[in-house]
Design a binder for this molecule. Sequence first.
Ligand code: NAD
Length: 358
Amino acid sequence: MSHILILPGDGIGPEIVQEAVRVLRAAEQRFGLDISLDEAPVGGAAYDLHGDPLPQSTLDKARAADAILFGSIGGPKWDTIERDKRPERGLLRLRSSLGLFANLRPAILFPQLADASSLKPEVVSGLDILIVRELTGGIYFGQPRGIREENGERVGFNTDVYSESEMRRIAKVAFELAGQRNNKVCSVDKANVLEVTELWKEVVTDAAKDYPNIELSHMYVDNAAMQLVRAPKQFDVIVTGNLFGDILSDEAAMLTGSIGMLPSASLDENRKGLYEPCHGSAPDIAGQGIANPLATIMSLAMLMRYSLERGDVADAIQAAVEQVLDQGLRTADIYTEGTRKVSTEEMGAAVAEALARG
Ligand code: NAD
């Protein structure tokens, strides 16, 4: 039996996770999966209940689970509470407590949505990039950090730090995944300015020696940001650190038209993972029943592929999503004239039905 922990979180989190669970139930039925589900509070919801965005009981359940399906966290309600108790800190702590160092963010343009991209269809059609972002190191975690008084004014500071072993293990993940795709890895750095990424470039180059079939290239982050909107199809796998990966993956998200279409996986050394949409809690549309649940549903597909090793189930979920898009169903964020606008629930139910039908 596989144990999956559901962490709905805040804002649209509970709405979209509910639809992913609906699809999970359909997958269980069709494939005879043996899954136990548990649920726990995280983020602002957990702060309201327990005064902590990652209560010990939630962390214990996360440690015990085989995989975690996560909605989203945060919202204006918690933006002004003490920094350590903010929802985002709960998620950072969860990622680092579980050692989830490899963040996989695919950016795939569905042919049905080519019009939704802000770029010309010929620039993005057929786009299939995988961004591999280091998730538990770098400037988001480095010490010292803070805001202090200096010469009568406040000074803010953070530290970008990576050990050689952290660099090597994320490079290996990128090379291995590229081997299952188009055998190309582009490592993104700022080696001309930052020593930490000078070392990054050196270590990634050395790690590549074990993967002779992989074509490795290097690119400065400013150029990568430009190339992603100029000629995104030149990339197969992009590997980079925490900060650059955060920004570039959101940029890649926009190439596909909607952030509501992008799943992600965060894996540890043993492929236990936390699966979540790339977007946040969208407080502006929470509670309206209009959020796009497809990123979360495709995160469930990634969970099946990487943590449960059920590539067949993952493929079937992806196919069900494509079928529903083919039928012209669209949530508001991907709606274009001539298609049918549906609610969060209608979209989830349609994917579950398509999956059940097979
Ligand atoms: P956001 O991703 O929540 O929203 C950005 C825009 O995209 C909004 O207009 C929103 O309505 C839209 N959007 C996002 N997801 C959508 C979906 N599934 N369907 C349709 N539209 C969608 O980013 P933000 O507004 O910068 O942040 C809101 C809150 O989310 C903040 O508190 C932030 O800290 C938090 N956040 C959480 C995560 C996470 O849980 N991993 C990630 C990013 C931001």
